[in-house]
Design a protein around this ligand. Sequence first.
Ligand code: 5GP
Length: 113
Amino acid sequence: MDESIFIKILKKEIPGEIVYEDNDCFAIKDINPQAPIHLLIIPKKHIAKVSDANNKDKELLGSLLLASQKIAKKFDLDDNYRLVINNGPKAGQTVFHIHIHLLGGKSLSWSPG
Ligand code: 5GP
């Protein structure tokens, strides 16, 4: 299995602030935050990108969204936050291990394209 930079953080091989962990996934603070709160929700299983996932990953992918609810609550984001997944280099993906960006803590503008 490939070991991404995120798994190295999970294993504490490199520094990173883990703010949430369950059986399926974990969340860290983004090193280059784009909002007052910018977290990355990451499955423990290595899947490079959403377009590489398959039917066996259905439950795992769902659990990432459900984890985002708990994490948003933990960070007092109420119901105001944005979830983003970049898929592939042309869409801005730079780390090839699925992750959901969770952004919040201010009113967010919208110009992602
Ligand atoms: P992507 O561009 O793949 O959608 O998102 C990758 C994210 O990972 C970026 O927002 C980037 O700032 C973050 N990132 C890259 N390297 C590290 C690191 O070593 N530690 C942490 N905490 N975040 C990282």
